[in-house]
Design a protein around this ligand. Structure first.
Ligand SMILES: [Zn+2]
Length: 214
C-alpha cells in the first residue's frame, strides 16, 4: 500500500474523509510533511470538511488541498448541530464563504446515499442554509447561487484535474446536460429547490423528458 508521500509523488489523487477539525488537521499535516516546501499540484481532497476552521482554510490554501463541503448539513442536521456543537461552531459548518474569500478551490456534495443526490436541493441548501425548523444557520457562510453552481460544475472538474475537458458548457468539452424550467441564477434564492428538470441529456442522448402532464 502506498502512503501519502508516495501517492503524491506518483500523481495518484488522494481523496480522504475528514469531518471534524482534528481529523482535518491530521490530513493537512500529513500533506504538509509529504510535500514539504515543494510546490506540488496534488489537489488532495478533504471530503466533508464540515468543521474546517479559518486557520485550516489558510493552511489548505497554502498547501493546495481542496475541501469538498458536505453542504446539505445545515438543512438535515443543523438544528441538532446547534445543540451538540454550540451556536458558534454550528453556525460555521461547511464554511463556504470563508473559502470563497480566500479564493480556495472547493466543491459541494450530497454524500449519496446518506441523502439523495438531488443537485438543486444541494444548491438551495448551500445558498440558503435553512434548517428543518426554519432557522438560518450561519447566514454569513451562505454561498451565492453562482458560487454554489460553480462549486458543483467547474469546482468538481478542477478537483479531478478535468477542468480542461469538463465543468463548463464550452466547445470541445464533454458534458451531460439538464434543461431547467427556470434560471437558477435569476430566481429568488428561496425557490431554487422548486426548479424542475425538463430534460436530461447524458452522453449525447435524451434520457429524461418531462411529459408536461404534471
Ligand atoms: Zn461520508
Amino acid at each position: 500500500m502506498l502512503d501519502l508521500t508516495q501517492c503524491i509523488a506518483a500523481k495518484t489523487p488522494v481523496l480522504a474523509h475528514a469531518n471534524g477539525d482534528a481529523a482535518i488537521q491530521l490530513l493537512i499535516d500529513s500533506v504538509g510533511s509529504a510535500i514539504g516546501e515543494a510546490k506540488v499540484d496534488h489537489r488532495t481532497v478533504i471530503i466533508h470538511a464540515q468543521l474546517m476552521t479559518e486557520m485550516q482554510l489558510d493552511q489548505a490554501k497554502a498547501l493546495g488541498l481542496v475541501p469538498s463541503f458536505y453542504a446539505v448539513h445545515p438543512y438535515f442536521w443543523g438544528d441538532w448541530h446547534r445543540k451538540i456543537f454550540g451556536e458558534f461552531r454550528a453556525s460555521r459548518i461547511s464554511p463556504i464563504h470563508s473559502a470563497v474569500v480566500r479564493k480556495l478551490p472547493f466543491t459541494i456534495h450530497n454524500d449519496a446515499p446518506v441523502v439523495p443526490p438531488m443537485a438543486l436541493r444541494l444548491m438551495s441548501i448551500a445558498v440558503n442554509r435553512t434548517t428543518r425548523s426554519g432557522h438560518v444557520l450561519g447566514p454569513d457562510q451562505r454561498a451565492t447561487p453562482y458560487e454554489a453552481l460553480y462549486a458543483m460544475t467547474m469546482g468538481g472538474a478542477y478537483q479531478y484535474f478535468e477542468e480542461g475537458s469538463k465543468g463548463s458548457i464550452t466547445p470541445g468539452k464533454r458534458a451531460d446536460l439538464v434543461i431547467l424550467d427556470t434560471d437558477p441564477l435569476q430566481i429568488d434564492p428561496a425557490r431554487i429547490a422548486e426548479i424542475r428538470v425538463l430534460e436530461t441529456i447524458a452522453r449525447g442522448k435524451t434520457v429524461f423528458r418531462r411529459d408536461g402532464s404534471e
